[in-house]
Design a protein around this ligand. Structure first.
Ligand SMILES: [Zn+2]
Length: 170
């Protein structure tokens, strides 16, 4: 889980941040939390991540203060203020992926719930010029989106329709 010690001792903030979200599953869990996934079973079904690994990564992200875990027999996970600060990272990575590995165009489009304008990776609306909070951003399938096939998990099906970020998917 941890990176080599020499690396952790570097003072670079990028290296420090990567210790928290540089592991592949961690950032995908964070991405799904922005998409409105909240339950262990939904993260598990959508990411197809081994349950033991998922439990470990969720505990780690809660410990780092990126996610908070609700109480109850079926706890839900939500991004903290610290976690919400990762949205431009997730969004910019998606855009980079679309540019270099998305031949049919973006998989997902992000628009301002208030006016319908396109929202850029740092949350600025191209139509009204406002800074758009993450929760006022609507995510819709883009030209590169592949519709979920028959028998797809409930999260994939829900994400095939326009959806406000952070709004619980189900
Ligand atoms: Zn706008």
């Amino acid at each position: 889980m941890a990176l080599p010690r020499e690396y952790t001792q570097q003072s670079c903030s990028v290296a420090r941040a990567l210790e928290v979200v540089g592991e592949r599953w961690s950032l995908l869990i964070v991405r799904d939390a922005f998409f409105g996934v909240r339950r262990f079973s939904d993260f598990s079904a959508h990411l197809r991540i081994p349950r033991a690994v998922l439990a470990e990564r969720l505990d780690f992200l809660v410990g780092e203060g990126v996610l908070e875990r609700g109480t109850g027999t079926r706890p839900v996970y939500a991004l903290t203020a610290k976690g919400l600060g990762l949205w431009p990272v997730v969004r910019t990575l998606a855009e980079w992926g679309d540019t270099h590995y998305g031949p049919r165009g973006p998989r997902r489009l992000f628009t301002h719930a208030g006016c319908g304008g396109a929202v850029d990776p740092v949350g600025s609306c191209s139509a009204c010029g406002q800074g758009v909070p993450v929760g006022d951003t609507v995510m819709s399938p883009g030209p590169g989106f592949e519709a979920p096939g028959e028998g797809a998990n409930a999260v994939s099906v829900a994400l095939a329709s326009p959806h406000r970020l952070l709004q619980p998917l189900r």
